[in-house]
Design a protein around this ligand. Sequence first.
Ligand SMILES: Cc1cc2nc3c(=O)[nH]c(=O)nc-3n(C[C@H](O)[C@H](O)[C@H](O)COP(=O)(O)O)c2cc1C
Length: 370
Amino acid sequence: MHANLPKLFQPIDLGPVRLSNRIVMTPLTRSRADADDAPHDLHVEYYRQRASAGIIVAEASQVSPQGKGYIATPGIHSELQVERWRKVTDAVHAAGGRMFLQLWHVGRISHPDLQPDGELPVAPSAVRPQAQAFTADGFKDIPTPRPLEAGELAGIVEDYRRAAENAKRAGFDGVEIHSANGYLLDQFLRDKTNRREDAYGGSIENRMRFPLQVVDAVVDVFGAARVGIRISPVSPANDIADSDPEPLFGAYVRALSERGLVYLHVIEGATRGPRSVEGQFDPATLKADFAGLYMGNNGYDRALAVAAVEEGRADLVAFGRPFISNPDLVERLKLQAPLAAFDETTFYGGGEKGYTDYPRLAEGQRAARA
Ligand SMILES: Cc1cc2nc3c(=O)[nH]c(=O)nc-3n(C[C@H](O)[C@H](O)[C@H](O)COP(=O)(O)O)c2cc1C
């Protein structure tokens, strides 16, 4: 039966984890956690509905209270959060799905309103982002962050290690390290945000030091075969930039490859925007530097995804917004059925509306196309 199906719909092994297809649900922040920054019954239902993805990478979850930058995002640092995530992973596994968790520290993309004791957000250097934070009182300008002291970095690495241990106890099949979209690890990598003059700044090797220490700690917990990483080398998300991203990301990806990470998740182009950025290199070329699986993302549709996998340009293709409004995205793509449009006004915050109430294809529509 598989013979006529495009490879996109055929199983693949992600390290020790067998996926029933090569379609990934990307991490999607939905800002619906409770007052304890814990997921709850709605999250169980939302992820269970989407369990037919080859694998779900659950929404970015802060590794510590300091790592938080938006209201109502879930954490993976407290016992309650571990217990609640366990209900989510149990439901996804019971439905035949697989699930990783995205580990997150926002660095400077935060606001004192969201930080413990109203402190300033932290970053490699005191470089203020041209960006706003969404707080309980609406959007607010982000202040200049407090530069981290070198002596504090080991503590943040430990936060990641504990978060990975928690994710394991919560039943995740593995974790994805969030090194994309201008958050803390990306801030260390890039010379626009990293102006340090110590061992963590300056040369490419120095700028990679802290992110790689995080990677090593997480790999210690899960083993490299259950750790993936996400990068967005040419995306301007959250006011990030580098004067020369191609050699930087080439070196980074080779270092990640040496560590045996199971997948490299690449946002190709500007996150949620054009698939190529003028004057920038094509990050899909980084596939050649990575020994593990290559996961492509950003603006894929069925034709692009089928071709990318068929032609060997990607091993896995990750869909974001289409999964918001199509819980049965895999089936719809398989049947070449129309996709439901997403409603951006319900992306962040709120309850069931725009979260768990997008319908599956009706029985009649399925039968007509099968
Ligand atoms: C509502 C929303 C929330 C997102 N949250 C995250 C997140 O938590 N972590 C992350 O790495 N990317 C996040 N992204 C980016 C998506 O994972 C993805 O890269 C982007 O939507 C492009 O893929 P698409 O064209 O298939 O939607 C988010 C995007 C949207 C629309």
